[in-house]
Design a protein around this ligand. Sequence first.
Ligand code: ZN
Length: 300
Amino acid sequence: MKLLLLNVLFFHFLLGYDYTLKPEKVNATTYCFFGLAEAMDEHNNGNMVNSCFVNTGTHYLVIDSGPTYQFAKQAYTKMKEIQALPISFVINTHTHDDHWLGNAYYRELGVDILGSKEFANEPKAQETRMQKRITKEAYKGTSQVFPNLFVEGKKTLEIDGKKVIIKSVNKKAHSKSDLYIYIPEYATVFAGDLVFNERIPSIRDGNLRNWIEALDTVKSMDAQYIIGGHGKLVDKHSVDATYKYLSELTEGVSLALEEGTDITQTLDSVKMEDFKDFKMYDTLHRQNIETAYRILEWEE
Ligand SMILES: [Zn+2]
């Protein structure tokens, strides 16, 4: 019996993990795999991030390759069931590992991968954050493959006759490596982690004022669809929750600093009750206040 169980476990490991992914149609040209509004753990195995496919006519353009090799492979398999198209490029919106650890799969297919030049400055991790938090079975096959083409400033691709404009924020916003992608013909912007909805964003790696400024730019673009790195809203209002959250956090913490309030009292005074029902409020909001306090204290 014990041997049988061991055998089952072993074969399970060989087969890997099935994410049971379902592509969701955003519009006539775009499908996304929307991740859960949670932190990565051994239950979701990293399926807490968005990965999208844009059909440009005779190719798919992939925005963020997802959390693991197997996720990427299973996502593309699902897309081929809808229409079997080759992939033109993969774009990584920033250097946080939930967004690009699927790269190894696309590299195997020989696809060019674009990302911020900041990737070149990132040392490869001994063990990635993802690797520490998800099961070995799901991480199997995953390796740290960085983009082979870097974006600095602005880069325009022409794919199947459509313009794909990639812009680097070029300063620390959500991270110091944020890119957003604009496809004018499809009135679509992929904003990466500049845009979160359904859940509280993490500001640990960011700069509040620059992030709000970047969102102002995204909001002003002539787009019908704005798709973030986390969360399922895809219309122009997808930006609103992050915008409001960052603005109120900045205002609340700045006021506390002006009044000389200490961090303990600030944690109580900047509760932002409107966001209480957002996912991850309990785990992230206090942490965000502390980060904001530290950032804004320096700006005083
Ligand atoms: Zn993310």
